[in-house]
Design a protein around this ligand. Structure first.
Ligand SMILES: C[S@@+](CC[C@H](N)C(=O)[O-])C[C@H]1O[C@@H](n2cnc3c(N)ncnc32)[C@H](O)[C@@H]1O
Length: 239
């Protein structure tokens, strides 16, 4: 694993030369984009069996060789959403042998909501990031032409037994999470939510929010991903 480097917001360097900053708590992190560890594969296979899952919906396919291949190998239906056309085409090629997988050229949330979220994001959380310029870095990921807008509503706002895996652009992870959680308990009770990059701006706040709302969050041994049965919520009973 590559050690995180200190993020310096005052640096004028636009490329990757990051210097140590005195009090800034943000980090630039390098990591393997594809999530395909043994632990991840085991957890997903266990969830599929334990919760009688019919379908898997994923945001962020990339090249299809990471999490999507793990999902494909479960034999369940997989709908994976990718907004970057080049990645979409690559993933279609890499996943062609899996008849149970459909790669969708789409944006997870409506473009307007994603852009509004990014424009208003302060990026001041003490966690890791992908760039010294997170607003533009993440905006560049979501301004491609796509076929399906607000794809999470299209594929996951239903009563199907689904794993919903959120793994798109770091800067909009929390926007996706909030959008998905707004579907309401009647929908969420049929979903197992899985989040990648929980030690990153992508989902560090999503995990906190789940815990604060009484959900039991399972954290992977490598602390990279988390999962949660959204049918079980502890409600605080007043005396
Ligand atoms: C971290 S990679 C996904 C990695 C993949 N899940 C794996 O484990 O191999 C994120 C991908 O999400 C795509 N992406 C970013 N924002 C998106 C959005 N709002 N909707 C759909 N795809 C998005 C990017 O183009 C990129 O290919």
């Amino acid at each position: 694993m590559i050690e995180p480097t200190r993020f310096n917001p005052n640096s004028k360097t636009v490329t990757a030369s990051i210097e140590k900053s005195t009090d800034d708590k943000r980090f630039i992190r390098s990591y393997d984009i594809n999530l395909k560890s043994e632990e991840f594969t085991e957890v997903i296979n266990d969830i599929v069996k334990k919760y009688d899952i019919d379908e898997i919906v994923e945001t962020g396919t990339f090249n299809g060789l990471g999490s999507t291949t793990v999902f494909a190998n479960t034999g369940k239906y997989v709908f994976t959403i990718e907004c970057n056309y080049n990645n979409f085409v690559t993933a279609i090629q890499n996943l062609a042998r899996f008849e149970n997988v459909c790669v969708v050229n789409g944006l997870s949330v409506s473009r307007k909501d994603l852009i509004d979220f990014l424009l208003n994001e302060k990026f001041d959380a003490e966690t890791s990031y992908d760039s010294q310029y997170p607003k533009t870095f993440y905006m560049r990921e979501i301004v491609h032409n796509v076929v399906v807008d607000d794809a999470l509503s299209v594929f996951a706002k239903n009563n199907n037994r689904q794993i919903v895996f959120l793994d798109s652009a770091g800067g909009v992870g929390y926007c996706e999470f909030n959008h998905f959680m707004s579907f309401g308990d009647d929908i969420l009770k049929n979903k197992i939510l899985v989040l990648d990059d929980i030690d990153h701006i992508k989902h560090v706040r999503s995990v906190d929010s789940l815990k604060a709302n009484g959900y039991e969050v399972n954290i992977s041994k490598d602390k990279r991903f988390a999962w949660c049965d959204l049918s079980v919520k502890n409600t605080i009973t007043k005396p």
